[in-house]
Design a protein. Sequence first.
Length: 344
Amino acid sequence: MLLNWYHGLALAELFTSSSALLRFSCSQLVTERLDPLVNPGVVGSPHLHQIIGGNTFNATMDPKTLSIPDAATCTTCTFAEDFSNYWTAVLFFRARNGTYHRVPQKGNVYFEESNGGMTIYYIPGYRNSKVTAFKPGFRMITGDPTIRTREEASKYRQLTYTCLQDPMTRTGETLDMPKKPCPAGIMANLRFPTCWDGVNLDSADHSSHVSYPVGGTFENGAPCPSTHPVPIPQLFYEIVWDTTRFNNLAEWPTDGSQPFVWSYGDAYGFGNHGDYVFGWKGNALQKAMDTNCNGDRCNGLTYQAIKTGNACTKKPTVNEDLSSWLPELPGGMPVTDSKGNVIM
Ligand SMILES: *[C@@H]1O[C@H](CO)[C@@H](O)[C@H](O)[C@H]1NC(C)=O
Ligand SMILES: *[C@@H]1O[C@H](CO)[C@@H](O)[C@H](O)[C@H]1NC(C)=O
């Protein structure tokens, strides 16, 4: 099920293949405990996030009153029309003495000068498919931070990790965190569902208005279910966690387990999840999907340099130490197992 199309497909081929897709860099906007989707209005959400995209990101972002592309003044993405926000949890290293250190992020292949952040893909499909771009007010979440088992994680497709042997490694994706040190870091991969109910911009759980295809995968062109008949682009995040300074096995747990823990208290990795709030200007994304744009350049869209994206940042509204060795995860988030027991 995991991405057979991707295995063995060199990155260069991905760019030049007849199926066009957007692949572009978005630098870090801010890292803080806010979550306008799950905890709107709350300053100090339960767990820490790293956020990229437009600078209207804040605790509220009420879709009834906020027009993101009108209110934003900058974006960390290299498409200047994209003021969307994309966010995930943050990875920490847990030392033998029980303290936690934030794992830095770094720019992906070809986007090395990016100040952390993520690589974002919008993929219309691999068979010249027509897709409907997201609409203003659209938001969604994929994955579930409460999941701690492989069985539960399997209900989501393609929320994975790549143990980078070098920056180009694109094989061997796993549902749980790599068990051995990864020489070039750990890449988290998140692919969102690709079928929409065509009506709701959001839903109570932020995910039931979207669905996976039926009888196959997005990659092999399977159709959308009748409940969610509208094909939407596959939104795909790649995040490179620079774990290399934590690769000394002498500092790893004595019981042989791996030392990385997500900010939502997951030491296995099965709760991998990502959030999205659409914020493209006008019909820029629809045009890009319709005109087979490829990579990070597109006729009709404005490219801005990575260093311009690096300069778009926000001051955190939640002020707390995120750079020292910390006695606990930010917000005091406990590390839990599948039964909810606190294990660290
Ligand atoms: C978020 O930004 C909007 C304007 O974009 C503003 O009206 C609102 O008060 C802000 N909320 C917070 C919690 O800062
Ligand atoms: C805990 O371990 C880390 C990593 O070895 C070290 O840098 C830090 O100083 C230690 N902290 C305490 C309080 O011993």
